[in-house]
Write a protein that binds this ligand. Structure first.
Ligand code: FPP
Length: 232
């Protein structure tokens, strides 16, 4: 069975560019083109949800020029490519601390989300200024507030309730996590949500990832036996 939800850590843009003697930002620009191809292909294959780690809460510490380039890429991507997808019936959501972004970007994110929240055909989730530990902490804080105000009872706290307070609350957990560029770690991405996900690591740098590479990852997933802690 193909995965319903794929989450991708799009890694290796900088190394892809450096290998070619180009500035790191050139890698991000090609990476944005890769994303377009991958989204179109995932949709064609019948994947229901795709979550993309586009900018971590730690990425703000990169050189200003690189952060500025990424912000401009996000700006034009949301305005053109993502807006086009929403016209085609695609639902778009954002996870992460959007208050850190420029007001025009925040407005764009809110509008895209509101305009498409009723659509179910294909769901694109962009993780921007996202860190899973921060998300777990914000969920815990809100649960504590709701207990304090009497909205919920301590006895009602279980894994289902906890998950509903995460920024991914309404989204099914990923079935498959892909990380490109040869790194084999999670880097604070969706820690709670990937408890039973399958992992696929490839040495291909993100700008070189394409339809065939996505097919390989899906084929690898299809060969796995998921037991969710039970016996098969
Ligand atoms: C990781 O590669 C990539 C990022 C931090 C940015 C991801 C952004 C894109 C793929 C651009 C397109 C996205 C959107 C939403 C328009 P890296 O820079 O850490 O690479 P390195 O590990 O080789 O240095």
């Amino acid at each position: 069975m193909i995965p319903k939800h794929i989450a991708i850590i799009m890694d290796g843009n900088g190394r892809w560019a450096q290998k070619r003697g180009l500035p790191r930002t050139a890698g991000h620009k090609v990476g944005a083109e890769t994303l377009k191809k991958v989204l179109a292909h995932a949709r064609k294959k019948g994947i229901q949800t795709i979550t993309l780690f586009a900018f971590s809460s730690e990425n703000w510490n990169r050189p200003k020029e690189e952060v500025d380039t990424l912000m401009n890429l996000f700006r034009s991507y949301l305005k053109n490519d993502i807006s086009q997808l929403t016209k085609e019936g695609v639902r778009v959501s954002f996870i992460g601390d959007r208050t850190k972004f420029a007001p025009d970007l925040q407005l764009q994110m809110n509008e895209l989300e509101q305009k498409t929240c009723h659509l179910h055909q294909f769901h694109v989730v962009l993780a921007l200024s996202y860190g899973a530990r921060d998300d777990i902490v914000q969920a815990t804080t809100r649960i504590a507030q709701d207990v304090k105000s009497g909205k919920i009872d301590i006895a009602s706290i279980d894994t289902l309730l906890f998950a509903s307070y995460l920024s991914t609350g309404e989204i099914d957990n990923p079935d498959l996590v892909i990380r490109t560029s040869g790194e084999e770690r999670i880097s604070n991405f969706l820690l709670w949500e990937i408890a039973y996900a399958e992992f696929y690591f490839t040495s291909v740098y993100w700008p070189d990832f394409d339809e065939k590479e996505l097919d390989k990852a899906i084929a690898s997933y299809e060969g796995r036996h998921r037991r969710f802690g039970k016996v098969s």
